[in-house]
Design a protein around this ligand. Structure first.
Ligand SMILES: [Mg+2]
Length: 124
């Protein structure tokens, strides 16, 4: 996963997504400064991809850019690409957090079937 994050982030930096188009200034973090990308904007771009995935699933569409693949699949890939780019640019340990969260989720009470079937349990 670290390799994938590195590859995605490097490709996006090379494509100019981490450069201020008006000034040419780098928006990447430095040894002394945090990254200058707009984090809420990046988060909105992730959920825009999820919305596109939902629309593709709802209409049973194939993707327009990769027409041999379902739109659901490609838009979920777009979301993962955006998340990995954020992780790379913001220095987030996404892989470590995923492993820790999976371990946490494996033992949490509200994820157990016997609790999910209760009146106020999580139905989905
Ligand atoms: Mg997309």
């Amino acid at each position: 996963m670290k390799d994938l994050i590195k590859k995605i982030h490097e490709q996006n930096v090379k494509a100019g997504w981490w450069t201020d188009l008006q000034t040419g200034e780098s928006l990447q973090s430095t040894a002394t400064e945090p990254a200058k990308r707009n984090v809420p904007e990046m988060l909105c771009l992730v959920h825009s991809e999820i919305s596109e995935a939902m629309e593709g699933y709802r209409k049973n569409l194939m993707d327009d850019k990769l027409p041999h693949r379902p739109m659901l699949e490609v838009e979920l890939a777009d979301a993962v690409i955006r998340i990995c780019d954020m992780a790379g640019g913001l220095g987030l340990d996404l892989e470590g957090a995923i492993h820790e969260k999976l371990a946490f989720n494996a033992s949490r009470a509200d994820h157990k079937i016997e609790n999910r079937v209760l009146e106020n349990g999580k139905k989905f």
